[in-house]
Design a protein around this ligand. Structure first.
Ligand SMILES: [Zn+2]
Length: 82
């Protein structure tokens, strides 16, 4: 199996296939250690809805653009290399 399709991240909202623009970083203290981050991806339309869902449960830690998130992740990778 080979695929040349770019692996475009899509929104995590149910049924939504829109390209993700935002990353919602969250943590459920009952399931995760405090420094653990789960992430949801969101398009512009669903960002507020998903953020509110997490915020109501006190899970929401951070909302950043996908570009910023990927930049931070790649910086982290570089820091850990070697
Ligand atoms: Zn969406």
């Amino acid at each position: 199996m080979s695929s040349n399709t770019a692996d475009q991240p899509v929104c995590s909202a149910k049924g939504c296939r829109a390209a993700a623009v935002w990353v919602l970083a969250w943590n459920n203290p009952k399931l995760h250690t405090p420094d653990r981050r789960k992430t949801w991806l969101a398009c512009d339309e669903h960002k507020d809805h998903l953020a509110q869902f997490l915020d109501l449960r006190d899970f929401l830690k951070d909302v950043v653009t996908l570009t910023d998130w990927q930049a931070a992740e790649s910086r982290k990778g570089e820091a850990q290399a070697g």
